[in-house]
Write a protein that binds this ligand. Structure first.
Ligand code: TXA
Ligand code: MG
Length: 312
């Protein structure tokens, strides 16, 4: 079975791409520096950008991070699309390259059964960023992963799920390292839910102040061609991404959700951006125009990703 092969790849310090409920991850044994280095190398990821450590149980997480009351409260959302940043447990044997030398650690229990089986059966925690070259659009289908990292050339084994990732946006990241919790990356789990669980206000980090999270800065999730947001019409040189009733029409265009459903839109976002990017490159269009998307609920996370994708 492929999963057995994947387990031996992890045990042999290799890389396995696996589906999660958010996006595909590119996993390596988090306790092995040689394996972790391969992730940075193959993704061309800046060494200052720490990785999320994926575990399968609270006990496994407790051996790696120091849980305070907030962390325990939020861990009720696990398995699920939430990453919690907390102080590193000094007794943990995580490769320091995975943490980019920080004394905090980002932990997550993913909900996808394949991810959970891989972690459990490998008998270790997995350091896993999204399975895309650094800065490019995150993968929500196995075909996206294999476009960049096919097994023959890259040695990455991909565990395939026939369907698109459930949420399609990376996990919400919250830091509970200090008394006042801070959202470092928005996602499916929104501020309201976090505040109701914690029983206190939760702040959002302003991107430019994110010294502790280098990967959350600036350009990210970007297609090869330019992007134009809040577009109300389509220029000759553009392909279009619609939402709801918007009418970016004329050239090639897609709609994230004709019904204006933000959950559906999030799930389609990265695969639609990839389709538009590929089409634009092949047919010499210069940019992707994106219709306005409401800044409510999941629209906050969608707009956040679009803004970073459009940063040049
Ligand atoms: O949904 C997800 O979170 C996916 C799946 C595969 O789990 N993973 C993912 O990983 O999106 P990545 O590497 O693409 O994004 C992780 C972000 C990075 O921007 C990194 O800077 C931040 O988490 N991060 C990791 N450890 C951190 C820490 N100790 N302090 C602050 N930020 C941290
Ligand atoms: Mg990423």
């Amino acid at each position: 079975m492929l999963i057995q092969q994947a387990i031996s790849v992890i045990k042999g310090s290799g890389l396995v791409a696996f589906p999660t409920e958010t996006v595909y991850g590119l996993g390596a044994d988090a306790t092995c520096s040689a394996a972790v280095s391969k992730i940075f190398q193959i993704k061309n990821r800046p060494l200052i950008n720490p990785l999320i450590i994926h575990v399968a149980s609270i006990e496994q997480a407790e051996a790696i991070g120091v849980f305070n009351q907030d962390a325990y409260a939020l861990s009720k959302l696990w398995p699920g699309p939430l990453t919690i940043i907390m102080p590193l447990n000094r007794a943990a044997s995580i490769a320091s390259a995975a943490l980019a030398g920080l004394t905090t650690v980002a932990l997550r229990i993913p909900a996808h059964p394949i991810a959970l089986e891989l972690i459990t059966e490998s008998g270790t925690s997995l350091a896993a960023p999204s399975a895309n070259p650094s800065g490019y659009i995150s993968p929500t289908r196995y075909q996206h992963v294999e476009e960049h990292f096919n097994q023959e050339d890259s040695g990455v084994l991909t565990l395939r799920d026939p369907v698109k990732c459930q949420y399609g946006l990376e996990s919400t990241i919250i830091s509970v390292t200090d008394e006042a919790p801070v959202i470092l990356r928005s996602g499916f789990i929104g501020r309201q839910l976090l505040e109701s669980i914690l029983g206190k206000k939760v702040a959002s980090a302003v991107p430019s102040s994110l010294i502790s999270a280098p990967g959350l800065l600036g350009k990210h999730y970007s297609p090869s061609v330019a992007m134009r947001l809040e577009a109300l019409n389509l220029l000759d040189c553009e392909v279009g991404l619609n939402f709801g009733q918007s009418r970016l029409e004329g050239n090639f265009s897609l709609n994230l959700s004709k019904q204006g459903d933000l959950i559906k839109a999030a799930r389609n976002l990265y695969s639609d951006l990839r389709k538009l990017d590929n089409y634009a490159v092949l047919n010499s269009f210069k940019a992707i125009a994106v219709a306005p998307i409401p800044l409510t609920g999941l629209g906050i996370a969608i707009n956040d990703r679009l803004k970073r994708a459009a940063t040049s």
